[in-house]
Design a binder for this molecule. Structure first.
Ligand code: SF4
Length: 392
């Protein structure tokens, strides 16, 4: 048993010596008893303070749901639609620019492109839409819309299009300073009948790891993370974090790890599945922080409202993308906190809130040392510390 001040001695020794937390240690900590939680949180908070003292960041963004058609059917998803379903939408270039320009007026610096994975492979309607728009595939259209936003506005695109080949990572990296793909889990048994990914061919963990690895080979600042509460075990969470840590050890390109919690909704197949508790969130975040003390750890505040400020106690240093304009299209029933509220609650915990770009300050040089419009746009958007030029 460990005291409120100190984690169990073997792990405390590991952490004090600056050694990476072992799998065994992480598996014990992620299931620690309630009375041991304060010590775990204290160790995680100290690690965060050593990494980035006193500052919590967020990205002021607009959410651009380029298309919500998707060939996958994840059991927790409310975003996806089939063609013809109410709410099915593929945005036009004019709609994309309209949202981006409105965000620009409100001080946003990120255009987050979220979209379904390869809908044209499943739906002739999407093939026809793309033909009318003049593009061969959803990724060709995404690339053009990232370039449009980059050239016509001050926003920086951050695409989240699902699995990507080496060629597509290279193409999108020319029009966006960072990109993302949630690993979600390394548990391949969630692809079996009745599980969260049983009809989601793009959620094969090995394929997702390959995309993240390829981004590493190309030195692309990359956002990934876990979706917890979709049928995985606590050990699976540790293994997914370890897989991310290993890729970051090899390539150094993981700019951010998101810990996202599953939320049940009446319209999803997993409507009756239990949601992770706040205690599970705190433990998972704290273990992520201890496993990766020098990586930005993010958790979305709207999915832990009204007690989201407790997530700061577990070692996050970022709130993710917050929009003053567009709803969270992935969790539309969970509005983002008002930015003023977020600032007040962050400051009440003793931290300053700063606006960052979609690419984190330490990864900015990877972009600004190149030439071209992307580099110029990033240079124009940063302050002397690599944060967004606008005040938080
Ligand atoms: S979570 Fe993503 S990949 Fe899965 S169904 Fe929804 S949009 Fe498609």
């Amino acid at each position: 048993m460990w005291t409120r001040q100190h984690p169990p001695s073997s792990y405390a020794d590991e952490l004090r010596a600056g050694m990476p937390l072992s799998r065994d240690g992480a598996c014990q900590l992620i299931r620690c008893a309630e009375q041991d939680l304060p010590a775990l949180l204290s160790a995680a908070t100290q690690a965060r303070q050593r990494f980035k003292p006193g500052v919590i960041t967020y990205s002021r963004k607009v959410f651009i749901p380029l298309t919500n058609l998707c060939r996958d059917y994840c059991g927790y998803c409310t975003f996806r639609r089939n063609p013809g379903q109410p709410g099915a939408l593929t945005m036009t270039p004019d709609q994309v620019l309209e949202v981006a320009r409105a965000g620009e007026k409100m001080g946003c610096t990120e255009a987050l492109f979220s979209l379904g994975d390869k809908p044209e492979l499943a739906f002739p309607e999407m093939r026809e839409t793309l033909r009318q728009l003049g593009y061969k595939s959803t990724l060709h259209y995404l690339e053009a819309m990232c370039e449009l936003v980059l050239r016509e506005t001050t926003l920086l695109p951050h695409p989240n299009p699902g699995l990507l080949s080496a060629e597509w990572i290279a193409r999108l990296a020319r029009v966006s300073p960072s990109m993302g793909l949630m690993l979600e889990t390394t548990n391949a048994s969630l692809l079996t009948a009745g599980a969260a990914h049983d009809n989601a061919p793009d959620k094969v963990p090995a394929k997702r790891l390959r995309t993240i690895e390829e981004a590493g080979k190309q030195n692309v600042p990359f956002t990934t993370g876990l979706l917890i509460g979709i049928g995985e075990t606590l050990e699976d969470r540790v293994d997914a974090l370890l897989a991310i840590r290993e890729l970051h050890r090899r390539f150094g390109h993981i700019q951010e790890v998101i810990i996202q919690n599953f939320r049940a909704k009446p319209e999803i197949p997993m409507r009756d599945c239990p949601e992770p508790t706040q205690g599970e969130m705190l433990r998972t975040i704290a273990v992520a922080r201890l496993l990766m003390p020098d990586v930005n750890i993010q958790a979305p505040p709207n999915l832990s409202a009204p007690y989201y400020d407790e997530l700061l106690d577990a070692g996050i240093n970022d709130w993710g993308g917050i929009s003053p304009l567009t709803p969270d299209f992935i969790n539309p029933e969970k509005p983002w906190p008002h930015l003023e509220q977020l600032k007040l609650r962050t400051e009440a915990k003793g931290y300053a809130l700063r606006q960052r770009l979609p690419v984190y300050p330490e990864f900015v040089p990877a972009i600004t040392t190149t030439s071209g419009v992307l580099s110029e746009r990033v240079k124009a958007a940063i302050d002397s510390d690599g944060y967004a030029r606008r005040p938080a």
